[in-house]
Design a protein around this ligand. Structure first.
Ligand code: WT7
Length: 664
């Protein structure tokens, strides 16, 4: 294993501790560990009182709630259910009333460096006009709208406009293929799709509208009445009369005021698809009230956001991070934030640092995979090293999406944080809506590689296979013992799968299972995530189900059987390694290379380029037990290139292991 990977030994040996700088702590929202413990204690002593207080203090309610938590139908918890509010009102109108109207909400930087600034007043008008446009298409509260857009002001506007009229949005990441998009349009029952002609990333134009056309042409999308197109590049697109409309034409004559649709706190704000351990992605359904409360509150607690901050989350709006920390949380806080269209390596790998310099960003939130690739890039070319830029505006750094290995953490701390900025390593998931475990920058002493402690009100614990608590120092299964406001409400259209996936009966039906393993340090009780315990991979911070990739592979006419496992990777954290049995003879040499390329492109078409296997190995068969079960643990060892030292006595066909050692 290379030095860029976390190892169990690293974790055990990690004894560097970085207390919060006194100056930072002095003005922090939660200052010092006593303040943290006091909040935890408040939650423990009066759970509903704690959450009720926060929801009253942080959100503007059209009709106040009386019921804080309804637990009558476990695990379908209901928060603030008799309260009425609107998420867009809380993000926009509230800021017009509290003196933020002329404050810049969004600093948008296009791929080519062009900057557009949008104030709260302007954003409010844009959202209202688009909301009125959507209403003119007959879109009403409860309808689902798919958003397949580039990183743009219009992407944020589209999400906020849906929220304004009570339509539930489902954003699909622009890197997903037509087939993945079609599956999501069908599953969610979308009445409209909002897209752009093209997206621009790293100087390249990539089609979006034509992928939407392809997706709809695949069938079962009859519910889609309209496709609304944001004109980004003016590139050539097909136009279906009666169905397709330009966004600028739709908003042209619309009023800049739109009365928000007041919805129950439990009304689904959005559905976001994510990978699980079966072939079919799960539509994670989030609420309005509980979700927004946590998106806002974690901006305060974790990011310690202040009125003068310039916040930059580099995630895409297609992932949950882009929902909570671009589209909702920062706006609910009245913050100024950067929205970036491009990629970190264009025009060169100094792009992030030059943008921090240009916009005087104060809080920077990115993924370990980006940090690792920028470490490599600046090793190769010192001109793009952060030291070459004036990034002294930074005061806080964040990490998200996957474990950050201590060496990458130290580089981030020294070179980006200038040994001055705290780093918040935020552990959470699509299902949790917002941060679950993270250091508080003005309180928690940092340990590289550890997400430290749960936020107040989050009852995280580590248990064994029977649901019993494990002592610190012993690795086990990460669970959350009590419901929390921003948790997943259900899997869209599949409540049974929701129960089975997250609240399994084996654990009594009341523990939320995160799907991760974790261990707590014996002395500090800090948590370190040890990785997924299900068949889910984390590639560049993107979640991929091994079964999804396997189903894509076996859908290819050449393929008889496939098994996918993860293998450690220096840059992407994990890489996808596929073991494939063809219907015909096992290919070798150039033939094998040719088919491997074909299969990679096939997976890119079936799911999206992010799911392309890095390695494909062909065998006459897969290692199986006598009962025919694939022995994945052996495949994991082979993928790593290590020798098999485990017991193979139950293996039916040991000779196969030799064949599968070779990568193509
Ligand atoms: C999975 C969730 C968090 C939003 C973006 C990804 C892993 C996430 C961390 C972290 C270690 C992390 C977990 C989790 N993960 N953050 N700070 N340290 N692991 O959301 O696609 O739902 O993936 O990402 O394995 O279960 P997601």
């Amino acid at each position: 294993m290379s030095d860029l990977q976390n190892t169990q030994d690293d974790v055990k040996a990690e004894n560097r501790i970085f207390p919060p700088p006194a100056e930072f702590a002095a003005s922090a929202a939660i200052s010092g560990m006593d303040a943290y413990h006091a909040l935890c204690k408040e939650a423990e002593q009066d759970y509903e009182g704690f959450w009720g207080r926060l929801a009253k203090e942080n959100l503007t309610w059209h009709k106040p709630f009386e019921s804080v938590l309804n637990e009558s139908n476990v695990p379908f918890y209901r928060w603030f259910e008799d309260g009425l509010l609107n998420a867009s009102y809380n993000c926009l109108d509230v800021n017009l009333q509290n003196g933020n109207a002329e404050k810049v909400a969004l600093i948008f930087e296009a791929d080519d460096g062009t900057v557009t600034k949008v104030t709260y007043r302007e954003l409010h008008a844009k959202v209202c006009q688009f909301a009125n446009g959507l209403k003119s298409l007959g879109i009403v509260k409860g309808d689902r709208v798919v958003i397949y857009m580039p990183m743009s002001v219009e992407g944020v506007v589209a999400m906020q406009a849906c929220a304004r009229i009570g339509a539930t949005h489902s954003v699909v990441f622009g890197g997903f293929s037509a087939k993945s998009l079609q599956e999501r349009i069908v599953d969610v029952g979308a009445v409209a799709v909002i897209t752009a002609d093209e997206q621009v990333r790293g100087g390249k134009h990539l089609p979006l509208k034509s992928i939407v056309d392809e997706a709809i042409a695949m069938g079962d999308c009859e519910k889609v009445r309209n496709v609304v197109i944001y004109r980004r590049t003016g590139g050539q697109i097909g136009f279906t009369a009666g169905r397709d409309l330009w966004m600028h034409e739709l908003v042209a004559n619309q009023a800049a005021e739109c009365e928000p649709e007041w919805v129950d706190a439990e009304h689904p704000l959005f559905i976001l698809y994510t990978s699980g351990s079966t072939g079919k992605p799960k539509g994670v359904q989030h609420s309005t009230g509980g979700y927004l409360l946590w998106a806002k509150l974690t901006m305060k607690w974790t990011f310690d956001i202040k009125p003068d901050d310039v916040f930059w989350c580099t995630a895409d709006i297609g992932w949950v991070t882009g929902h909570s920390y671009i589209a909702y949380g920062p706006l609910a806080m009245g913050a100024t934030e950067i929205v970036f269209e491009g990629v970190p390596t264009y025009p060169n790998a100094g792009r992030f640092w030059s943008m921090i310099e240009k916009h005087k960003a104060t809080i920077f939130y990115t993924a370990p995979t980006a940090i690792r690739s920028l470490i490599k890039a600046s090793d190769a070319d010192p001109a793009v090293h952060p030291a070459k830029y004036d990034i002294s505006s930074l005061r806080l750094l964040g990490s998200v999406g996957e474990p950050i290995n201590p060496e990458a953490w130290m580089w981030y701390h020294r070179n980006v944080g200038q040994e001055r900025c705290p780093i918040v390593d935020t552990f959470w998931q699509t299902e949790t809506g917002g941060h679950m475990m993270t250091p508080l920058p003005g309180a928690t002493p940092l340990v590289p590689g550890s997400c430290t402690l749960p936020l107040p009100g989050i009852m995280a614990a580590i248990v064994d296979e029977t649901g019993n608590d494990l002592p610190n120092g012993q690795g086990g299964i990460l669970v959350v013992k009590r419901p929390w406001p921003s948790m997943i409400r259900t899997i869209w259209g599949d409540p049974e799968r929701f129960k089975k996936s997250y609240f399994p009966e084996e654990f009594g039906g009341k523990l939320y299972l995160a799907g991760d393993g974790a261990i707590r340090n014996k002395d500090t009780a800090y948590f370190t995530i040890t990785g997924r315990i299900d068949d889910v991979l984390n590639v560049s911070g993107h979640r991929m189900g091994t079964m999804e990739i396997e189903s894509a592979l076996v859908a290819n006419p050449l393929v008889a059987e496939a098994a996918v496992v993860g293998k450690p990777d220096d840059t992407t954290g994990e890489a996808i390694c596929a073991f494939v049995v063809l219907k015909g003879a096992r290919p070798t040499g150039d033939e094998a290379k040719k088919i491997a390329t074909e299969l990679r492109n096939w997976v890119a078409k079936e799911i999206g380029p992010i799911a392309k296997p890095k390695e494909i190995r062909f065998g006459d068969n897969l290692p199986k037990t006598r009962s025919g079960k694939i022995m994945r643990r052996l495949l994991r060892v082979l993928a790593k290139g290590e020798a098999i030292t485990q017991d193979v006595s139950t293996l039916e066909n040991p000779a196969i292991l030799e064949q599968l050692k070779q990568a193509q």
